[in-house]
Design a protein around this ligand. Structure first.
Ligand code: ZN
Length: 408
């Protein structure tokens, strides 16, 4: 933690404790004036998604009604949604960060930004739009779906930058290739957000679209997408440490992990006014990238997302991350980036079945054998490999689930 961040956090804490609200109740009994160092700060309890749900609908709001200009809501697939109130300053700050993301990817006001993430309660589309407008680029606000129209507009308006989830970018790439219109598409860059994705999928999208790909990170609870972004060196994502303080913790013990080790990202907002968050657990797994980036940008980096703490699955006593499965697939010739995992419990034993796509119809058995062997060596677990034909596994415009645990 740098001194400036600590000073800011001290001010925020005193401010939050002086008015009736979410943190005054959450930190009740804690002597906030005694927090004078990073170590003191690390004693503060975490804020979790459950706390935010309990505050539904507007319990997180930390300023007067007159200052709130918008709300966003997390996509919460189950139970009560989370509502995040934004002030005019929050909306502006978010656009400033997003503009920085675009600049990090080398965009200028001559770019034409084709935005496919959704518009509405969640933060995706509108964040991409506000940042691009602040940059002065031309926005093509498509939103998701209607692939025919997407491709038509992309060709006619000469879109240069595609903003999408990785699965939707893949779907568009496959459609463009199927329709043989690659020559008419003017894309040079792809900005891919909102889910973790594998190297192999990245290469497929980049190759089929003929673009350089960039990762963008964010979550509705903390502004939305646009809080971290990869640069042309493709070595993690720079994050904006003048707006946010990042910690990486061991999800089981809550203690900080050494720099460079994988853990859960925890975020404290330094400038957010509508709904500031202190030590918010993202449940995203990543690590700090040590050293400076060769691009020269003076902002620290986290690695591209490695997974979610809740994606961590224990099979036959071994912790497995989806990223490991992807890396393993990468090491076996004839496999594609698409996969699905089924875990079952039969006759007292865990059984992990790995479905993967291959275009080598006649070699399915030998690819399966190689994969089984590779998995045993790399992860230390025996799986049941099942090869399927390219296109057989579902593609999705939303965050896709690839692991199905049928044991419980
Ligand atoms: Zn860089």
């Amino acid at each position: 933690m740098i001194q400036e961040q600590l000073d800011t956090i001290k001010k925020i804490l005193i401010n939050l404790m002086s008015s009736d609200g979410f943190y005054q109740r959450k930190f009740e009994g804690i002597d906030i004036a005694s927090i004078q160092s990073q170590e003191d700060f690390e004693k503060l309890p975490f804020t979790d998604k459950g706390d935010l749900r309990d505050a539904y609908p507007l319990g997180l709001q930390a300023v007067a009604d007159s200052e709130i200009v918008r709300i966003h809501s997390s996509s919460g697939t189950t139970g009560t949604p989370i509502i995040i109130p934004y002030t005019k300053q929050d909306v502006e700050d978010w656009a400033i960060m997003f503009k920085r993301c675009y600049e990090t990817a080398g965009l200028t006001n001559l770019d034409r930004v084709h935005i496919t993430p959704g518009y509405g309660l969640w933060t995706a589309g509108i964040g991409f739009q506000a940042g691009a407008e602040l940059l002065g680029a031309m926005v093509i606000p498509m939103g998701p779906g209607n692939t025919d129209k997407q491709i038509q507009m992309m060709i006619d308006l000469k879109s240069t930058v595609l903003c999408a989830t990785s699965s939707y970018a893949l779907l568009l790439a496959e459609e463009i290739s199927k329709r043989r219109v690659k020559g008419k598409v003017h894309l040079t860059k792809g900005i891919i957000g909102s889910e973790r994705w594998g190297e192999k999928m990245r290469h497929r999208i980049a190759k089929e679209l003929g673009v350089q790909l960039y990762d963008i990170y964010g979550l509705t609870e903390i502004y939305g997408p646009g809080i971290a972004m990869s640069c042309e060196k493709e070595c993690g994502m720079h994050y904006w440490n003048d707006y946010l303080y990042f910690e990486i913790i061991d999800p089981n013990t809550g203690g900080l992990v050494p720099v460079g080790e994988i853990g859960e990202l925890v975020i404290t907002t330094l400038k957010k006014t509508g709904a500031p968050l202190i030590r918010y657990r993202t449940h995203d797994l990543t690590r700090f990238m040590p050293g400076d980036c060769a691009c020269g940008l003076n902002f620290p980096r986290i690695d591209t997302l490695i997974g979610r703490t809740d994606d961590m699955i224990k099979v036959k006593g071994i912790n497995i991350f989806p990223a490991q499965i992807e890396e393993m697939l990468r090491g076996v010739d004839g496999t594609s980036s698409e996969y699905q995992v089924m875990i079952d419990h039969l006759n007292g034993k865990d059984i992990m079945t790995l479905f993967f796509e291959t275009e080598h119809e006649t070699d399915k058995k030998s690819i399966e054998r190689n994969l089984k062997q590779h998995c045993k060596t790399k992860i230390g677990i025996t799986i049941v490999p099942k090869a399927v034909t390219i296109g057989e596994l579902p593609r999705s415009e939303k965050k896709s689930t690839r692991i199905f645990d049928n044991r419980y």
